[in-house]
Structure formats: structure tokens, C-alpha cells
Design a protein around this ligand. Structure first.
Ligand code: FES
Length: 141
């Protein structure tokens, strides 16, 4: 049985892909210092979520010729949020903005080999913060 089928929301287990991205997150900014330094050179940034409950996601992007060349993030979210955003960052780098904006939370979840149903909202954070970062980038143009 594939990870996607086995992870219909009843399973308590994460797919191997989720575990890989959680334990080795790609493109994450690990410290406040790293985030402060990166935010100065980023072309756009977007934040979603509520600091009160901890589901916060902040994404920074760098853009060249309408293409995403870097996508970095920090989050207070859970393991699923880290894995989903890590996966999302690998998906958008190299994409034209218009194509990257078409990526949905479901696309991220499929790439991860599924997420428990109650964890689906964690993958929405990446997608929403990214959209805000693009808005911010466009505003600065
Ligand atoms: Fe809220 Fe994952 S970010 S449970």
C-alpha cells in the first residue's frame, strides 16, 4: 500500500517523505540571526497564522526574471508544517511565479506521500505565506 493510501487520516504514522523533510528540512532558517540577515536581502516576505496558538509561518523569497530562485522560511508550526514547507520550498525554486502560485496545499500533501487529515491545515500555511510573499514582492516592484 502506498504512503498516500495508508495515510487517510486514520493512521498515526507519517510517510517516509514527511519524516525525511521534518528531520532534514530544506531551505529552513534555523536561527533568529539567520532570519534577520536573510530578510534584508529577500525580495518579498509573507507571514500567516497566529502566534497565540503557534501555527505561524513566515516565508521569504528571492526572485529573478519572474522566477523563484530562493525560498526560505521559519515556523512555529508542528512537524507536518515543517515537512510541508520544506517540500513546498523545493517545489517552487526554479518555477515561474505564475506557476508557483498554482501549487495547492493538496499538491504539497500528495508530494509528501500524504498527511493525516487533522494535519492538512499545516500544509496550507506554506501555500498562504508564499502567496503573501508574492504580493509583498509585487508591491515592491
Ligand atoms: Fe498547527 Fe501543524 S501547524 S498542527
Amino acid at each position: 500500500m502506498s504512503d498516500v493510501k495508508s495515510n487517510t487520516g486514520k493512521s498515526w504514522f507519517y510517510s517516509e517523505t514527511v519524516k525525511d523533510h521534518f528531520f532534514n528540512p530544506r531551505n529552513i532558517l534555523k536561527t533568529k540571526k539567520e532570519a534577520e540577515k536573510y530578510s534584508k536581502k529577500a525580495d518579498g516576505e509573507g507571514e500567516v497564522g497566529s502566534p497565540a496558538c503557534g501555527d505561524v509561518m513566515k516565508i521569504w523569497i528571492k526572485v529573478k526574471n519572474e522566477k523563484i530562485i530562493e525560498c526560505k522560511y521559519q515556523t512555529f508550526g508542528c512537524a507536518s508544517a515543517i515537512a510541508a514547507t520544506s517540500m513546498f520550498s523545493t517545489m517552487v525554486i526554479g518555477m515561474k511565479i505564475d506557476n508557483a502560485l498554482k501549487i495547492t496545499a493538496k499538491d504539497i500533501t500528495v508530494k509528501l506521500g500524504g498527511l493525516p487529515a487533522r494535519k492538512f491545515h499545516c500544509s496550507v500555511l506554506a501555500d498562504q505565506a508564499f502567496k503573501k510573499a508574492i504580493k509583498n514582492y509585487r508591491k515592491n516592484q
